[in-house]
Design a protein around this ligand. Sequence first.
Ligand SMILES: [Zn+2]
Ligand SMILES: [Zn+2]
Length: 331
Amino acid sequence: MRAMVLNRIGAALEWTELADRAPGPGMIRVKVAACGVCRTDLHVVDGELPGPVLPIIPGHEIVGRIDAMGPGVEGLRLGERVGIPWLGHTCGVCPYCREQRENLCDRPLFTGFTRDGGFATAVVADARFAFPLGEPNDDASGDAALAPLLCAGLIGWRSLVIAGPGKALGLYGFGAAAHIVAQVARWQGRSVHAFTRPGDTAAQAFARSLGAAWAGGSDEAPPEPLDAAIIFATVGELVPLALRAVRKGGRVVCAGIHMSDIPGFSYGLLWEERQIVSVANLTRQDGLDFLRLAPGMGIVTKVARYPLMQANQALADLRAGRFEGAAVLVP
Ligand SMILES: [Zn+2]
Ligand SMILES: [Zn+2]
């Protein structure tokens, strides 16, 4: 197999030939057809998350086909198309796992962070955490089109559920996750308000093209008070801005795994039962719920494709905001 490997925090990924890996008990080997590039991959490369296992193959939005199975794998078959998400393994016995909150497991493994991921031609994964995806029947369900659903879509979905059922929704940061969540929220009949970097009229136009009722800079007030806001951008300064934009009892959901420091703000912004919550990881149930509904939502992902060897370019373009939607590596 070949992979783009992170050997050292802050270094470029290196194109590396590795011995093929045999799946152990309960594991599957998946031939990677497409792997999305997520902002979390940038956080891994930049050393902003505690506890990476180096060297590591990043990538946790994997679509591929099973080409080998270890003993004891149930419910999957050779050749089946599956998705491999960020949550790679949970212990099953800690208090969180027992409370159906496996996203908070005390001893998890995360794909592309503490277990090798999908910036590769093949990946070995725990079969119980793989999602059957069915076969593609149109462009919108092709391998590269589906890859961003595996994290941007799933975390976006969990964030949307946690945001509550309110109609007026704000999305701060209009990247891979927001461009999917905007479509899901529209499908649910909500009114989407997209906040971008001030002056980023291209991103605002992109948001409107996906059905946003309003799009503007993060320094602007929305035309109506929001029921909830989801912050996808990694900028702590957005938290008080989002609190200011939500109505009494409104909720601000921080959906990123990493954020810059949140500046101090007056208690008046939190008063009247406004809430700030964070979303961490995903449960398998989130994935099953979302992937069951997704085909009927009419989600069209906008994808910038890169050859696997150009993973560093994809990461640089993500950092600089040089594409709309999501980047996907294709081996
Ligand atoms: Zn656990
Ligand atoms: Zn991700």
